[in-house]
Design a protein around this ligand. Structure first.
Ligand code: ARG
Ligand code: ZN
Length: 416
């Protein structure tokens, strides 16, 4: 009886958690126009989750296309691939197994904050509160608004207080829910800044001269949902009247060529641009904050995963940014600094030509507002683990990324 009750409770608790047993992540290599059409047709007829690029519309010849395929569709996909003779490989044999293996840094109670684990939102929030209260001379916090589901979007301001407004850098993480390494980096950045202020000369001069605003989790509702219910969730969790599909892609919802290219007006798409620019309250809160502080904000850095890229404007057009050469040389310097630590290779360039055209992104919006040093990072890896990067890689990933961020910050400081 007791045993039955126990299993009953476990089953109830697990009932609404999406499982990914037997699902695979495949890498397809389209080299003909027919291959591209075939991938798009596949996306229409069966359920496939695009890991890279972000949606079927963005598929082109000669790029790697990483897709998650539910177990029941694998045989159709294999048959189709065989008939078309499109090259492909298996990146992840079993997505559920990979999910279970992410937490390879030991187990600890989930309420306990750790810089080398993927913390839940509740844990991140208590960490935000405690880090701010224990470092009053360097950290202050501020709520810039609530999310759709009412969670407080809390921004940390790092910097030595001075009487006047200092020039600043804005850094956000977790625009996309399932890119868990991203919020881990923002937490790491705050830790490093506080630990090395006073000993590392660059960090000391940075926080003396500038403020760094850190938004540890941008899309909190989505992040929470990816922890509790569906590990593969990407978008926000907003509801739209007239559609049963939830969520907008926050990185298609900014007012920068909004919904013109590489985004979808279908609410069920993973790259849904929303009903209007800034329809997402999270996007509006961030955009309002940056607009309000635009005279002080000199750089905008946003952290995503995966692919190992350092991108800059534009993504909504192939036009080169007015500051293209400077942005490119800073990106190359930052990538070289990153590579110097563990040899991790990055590609840098404008979003449109480096990956794909995709409008409504935060980087393009910030740049057009006048924030010159606007960069999007796509952290580790290149697809072997994809979004399911094991926790054992948090430390090396954050360490190397720190070098790139500090390289950019040094350049910004030099050019104040
Ligand atoms: N993978 C990111 C995305 O598609 C890349 C963002 C690059 N910038 C952009 N404005 N599309 O959201
Ligand atoms: Zn992303």
């Amino acid at each position: 009886m007791k045993v039955l009750l126990f299993f009953g409770l476990v089953a109830a608790a697990l009932a609404d958690v999406t499982r990914f047993d037997g699902e695979k992540v495949l890498r397809l290599k389209p080299v003909l126009a027919e291959h591209v059409t075939l991938i798009r047709d596949l996306a229409e007829s069966i359920e496939v989750d695009f890991w890279s690029p972000d949606s079927p519309e963005l598929v082109t010849i000669d790029i790697d296309v990483d897709i998650r395929v539910p177990a029941r569709y694998l045989s159709i996909v294999y048959t189709t691939l065989g008939q078309s003779s499109m090259a492909h490989e298996i990146l992840i044999e079993d997505v559920q197994v990979a999910i279970n293996r992410q937490a390879d840094n030991g187990i600890s109670p989930k309420e306990l904050h750790s810089y080398t684990k993927y913390n839940t939102w509740d844990t991140v929030l208590s960490w935000i509160n405690s880090i701010a209260s224990s470092n009053p001379s360097l950290v202050s916090k501020q709520v810039i608004g609530n999310t759709f589901e009412g969670r407080p979007m809390t921004l940390l301001k790092l910097g030595k207080s001075s009487g006047t407004t200092k020039p600043s850098i804005f850094l956000d993480c977790g625009i996309h829910a399932r890119e868990w390494i991203s919020p881990a980096f923002c937490q790491w950045f705050v830790k490093e800044a506080l630990e090395t202020y006073g000993s590392d000369s660059q960090m000391t001069s940075l926080l003396d001269q500038m403020d760094v605003y850190v938004l540890p989790v941008f899309n909190i509702d989505g992040y929470e949902y990816s922890h509790t219910t569906n590990r593969m969730w990407r978008k926000t969790r907003s509801k739209l009247s007239g559609s049963s599909c939830l969520g907008t892609d926050p990185n298609r919802n900014f007012d920068a060529g909004w919904c013109t290219v590489g985004a979808s007006s279908n609410p069920c798409s993973e790259t849904f641009c929303g009903s209007t620019p800034e329809s997402e309250i999270e996007v509006k809160n961030v955009a309002d904050f940056i607009r309000k502080n635009k005279s002080s904000i000199k750089a905008y850095l946003t952290i995503h995963s995966y692919s190992q890229l350092l991108l800059f404007p534009y993504s909504y057009s192939y036009n080169l940014a007015a500051d293209h050469s400077e942005l490119m040389s800073v990106a190359q310097g930052a990538s070289a600094a990153l590579t110097s630590l563990y040899g991790t290779r990055y590609t840098s360039g404008p979003g449109a030509s480096t990956i794909y055209l995709a409008a409504g992104g935060s980087d393009d919006w910030a740049y057009d507002l006048g924030v010159k040093y606007s960069y999007t990072f796509e952290l580790r890896d290149t697809g072997y683990h994809g979004f399911l990067l094991p926790e054992s890689q948090i430390k090396p990933t954050c360490e190397e990324t720190m070098l790139a961020v500090k390289y950019i910050a040094a350049h910004v400081q030099k050019n104040l």
